[in-house]
Ligand binder design. Sequence first.
Ligand code: G3P
Length: 224
Amino acid sequence: MKFFVDTADLTEIKELAATGLLDGVTTNPSLVAKSGAANFVELIKDICKTVEGPVSAEVAATDYETMLEEGLYLAKLAKNVAVKVPLTPAGLKVCKHLSGQGTMVNVTLCFSPAQAILAAKAGATFVSPFVGRLDDIGENGMQLIADICQIYAQYPEFKTEVLTASVRHPQHVVQAALMGSHVATIPPSIIKQLFAHPLTDKGLAAFVADWQKCGQKILPSKAA
Ligand code: G3P
């Protein structure tokens, strides 16, 4: 399973890239606005230099012609750009065009299995179902992931990867993994939560204390 970080904050991206556990980055207009970055294009170039894997950069237009122009422009910024388009008729038309020329495309704002089928038929590299936003309105976000994974598994011609998005807590990540979601894009705070368990902290404290008591060292003393 691949882990993408869902942020446009370059400092956070650099910190997480240093762990070696990061496979890509997703941004969206709201995350870019939150980051305070003054120049979106320069930000995407910087992120693409920091992380080798796919970096999703979202178009701003909603009409086909402008969206395509923006997508073609974004695709030229770096070889690891994945152009992000909304799951609309125009967005899927742009997806078909870009994927046909070998550009990675992330189809975002997916809220139903029917939409995910369309994204796969349009040749999307990734489809992004938003689980948290479905939970927020009383629906079952993870059921959507299960449904899409089941549908895609029946059609080997569908090459689209399921990218679980709008992740709100570690259990979304675990459930996505159990269901076979190829990717989860995770906010930095939740990636940090994935590491945490109170028994890990307690156990480590006990090991450190016991090691001190036995007075030994693993590494040989360095010559003066
Ligand atoms: O990147 C898109 C998605 O992950 C947004 O999440 O928290 O705004 O619903 P959220």
